[in-house]
Design a protein around this ligand. Structure first.
Ligand SMILES: Nc1ncnc2c1ncn2[C@@H]1O[C@H](COP(=O)(O)OP(=O)(O)OP(=O)(O)O)[C@@H](O)[C@H]1O
Ligand SMILES: [Mg+2]
Length: 276
C-alpha cells in the first residue's frame, strides 16, 4: 500500500536531470506537490521554531517554517545572512533540536528520538557537504570518502572499494590516495560529495557547498552534486547565497527573518526592511 503510494508519487515528482532542473519548470509542479500527502521518502518540517537564548537576548532563528522536501528532489534555500538557513538545515538534519515544531523522517519525529538513535539515523540516512569539505587532512581521499561507511560498521575493504567507485564517478580516478592538501578546492569538494553519497543516504544536506570556490569550479561542483544525488535517488537540500547555484535545483525557497518568504527565488520582504 505504502509502496503503491510511493510509486505513484515518484512518477509524478520524478526528479529531472540536472540540466533541466530549473526553478521555472518546478514552479508548475509546486501546487500538486504541496497538495499531495507526505510519502515515505519525504522529509516534512511543520511549524519549526528555533529560539536561541531568552528574554531580551532571544534570537528567533526560525519563526515558524513549514517545508516539505519531497523524496528524490532537490531544493535550494536562499536568503540573507542571518535569515536562518543553516539553522533550518541543521533542524532538518537532526543536528539542532527545534524549540517547537516537528521534522518527520521515515515516520519518526527527529526531536523525539534519543541522541543515540538520532546520531545513528544521521549516519545511516543523511549525507553532508559543508563549505570547506571538512575532510580529515591526514587521510587519503578514498578513506575520507569511506569514513561514514566505516563509522556505520562496513568493513574497511568494502567501504574503501565503494568509496573508490564514487570517486571515479566524480571524475577523481587516479586521485584516490591523495590527501586533501594535495587536491584543489573543487576536487576536495568532490571528495566531500563522494563521502556524502557513499552511504546511500535518503537526503543530502549541503551548506554553501560552493562558497569557497571560484565561479566555474562552483558551477562544476553543484552540477556534480545535483547529478549524483539524483542518480542515487537521494533528496538534496542546498543552502546557498548564489542564485546561479540555486538554479541547478528543482525548487528554490527564500528565507527572511526565520521564515520562508518566497518560492523559486522570489523575495517578499518589504522594501527597506532590515534583517536582524
Ligand atoms: N548557536 C547559536 N546561538 C545563538 N544564536 C545563533 C546560534 N546559531 C545561529 N544563531 C543566530 O540565529 C540566526 C540565524 O542564524 P543562521 O546561522 O541560521 O543564519 P544563516 O542564514 O545561515 O546565515 P549565513 O548566511 O550568514 O550563514 C542569526 O541571528 C544567528 O546569529
Ligand atoms: Mg549559514
Amino acid at each position: 500500500m505504502l509502496d503503491d503510494t510511493r510509486n505513484t508519487r515518484r512518477v509524478r515528482s520524478a526528479p529531472r536531470p540536472p540540466e533541466a532542473g530549473h526553478a521555472a519548470q518546478a514552479r508548475e509542479a509546486t501546487p500538486a506537490r504541496q497538495a499531495a500527502p507526505a510519502v515515505a521518502g519525504d522529509l516534512v518540517a511543520t511549524d519549526l521554531v528555533k529560539t536561541y537564548g531568552d528574554g531580551a537576548a532571544a534570537t528567533h532563528a526560525l519563526a515558524g517554517v513549514d517545508l516539505t522536501v519531497p523524496a528524490g528532489e532537490s531544493l535550494a534555500v536562499m536568503g540573507p545572512s542571518g535569515s536562518g538557513k543553516t539553522t533550518l538545515l541543521h533542524c532538518l538534519a537532526g543536528i539542532v533540536t527545534p524549540t517547537s515544531g516537528s521534522v518527520i523522517w521515515r515516520g519518526a519525529d527527529l526531536a523525539t528520538l534519543s541522541d543515540r538513535r538520532r546520531t545513528a539515523l544521521r549516519r545511516s540516512d543523511f549525507g553532508f557537504v559543508f563549505q570547506s569539505g571538512r575532510l580529515l587532512p591526514e587521510l587519503p581521499a578514498v578513506e575520507n570518502a569511506a569514513l561514514p561507511l566505516m563509522l556505520a560498521g562496513t568493513p574497511r575493504d568494502v567501504a574503501t572499494a565503494q568509496a573508490a567507485q564514487w570517486l571515479v564517478r566524480l571524475g577523481l580516478a587516479g586521485m584516490e590516495q591523495r590527501r586533501p592538501g594535495e587536491l584543489s578546492g573543487g576536487q576536495a569538494q568532490r571528495v566531500a560529495i563522494a563521502r556524502a553519497l557513499a552511504g546511500s543516504p535518503g537526503v543530502v544536506f549541503a551548506d554553501e557547498p560552493t562558497g569557497a570556490l571560484d565561479q566555474p569550479t562552483g558551477a562544476d561542483v553543484i552540477q556534480m552534486l545535483v547529478a549524483t544525488a539524483h542518480a542515487a535517488g537521494a533528496s538534496l537540500v542546498v543552502v546557498t547565497h548564489d542564485i546561479n547555484v540555486a538554479r541547478h535545483c528543482a525548487r528554490i525557497v527564500t528565507m527572511y527573518d526565520g521564515r520562508i518568504s518566497g518560492e523559486d527565488g522570489a523575495h517578499t520582504a518589504p522594501e527597506g526592511e532590515h534583517r536582524r
